[in-house]
Design a protein. Structure first.
Length: 100
């Protein structure tokens, strides 16, 4: 599964940017998929892989193409690879790590 990480360039986006950098720093996470908790590893995509993922996301959700048209920077894409590990408690039960 691939997540497109859109982080607007405005002060309110700071929390979104912090979560993105935390995900890259601590890529072994648990996510909720419906009622299930799945252990995954986050890997940032680049080049052709990123472009293909973004194109597919924009096809499914056309608003994403609009985000890219409004900025000169490349919007990040992260793939979430199931690790087969135990899901454990839901992500909301985990203390979020923040950068210092």
């Amino acid at each position: 599964m691939t997540a497109i990480w859109y982080s607007p360039q405005r002060p309110a986006a700071t929390a979104i940017q912090t979560r993105y950098y935390n995900l890259l720093a601590y890529p072994e996470v648990r996510i909720e998929v419906g009622d299930d908790v799945v252990a995954v590893r986050a890997v940032e995509l680049s080049g052709a892989e990123r472009d293909a993922a973004f194109t597919e996301q924009a096809r499914r959700h056309p608003g994403f193409a609009g985000y890219q048209r409004k900025t000169h920077r490349v919007i990040s894409a992260v793939t979430l690879i199931p690790t087969g590990g135990e899901g454990g408690p839901a992500p909301a039960d985990r203390t979020e790590r923040t950068s210092s």
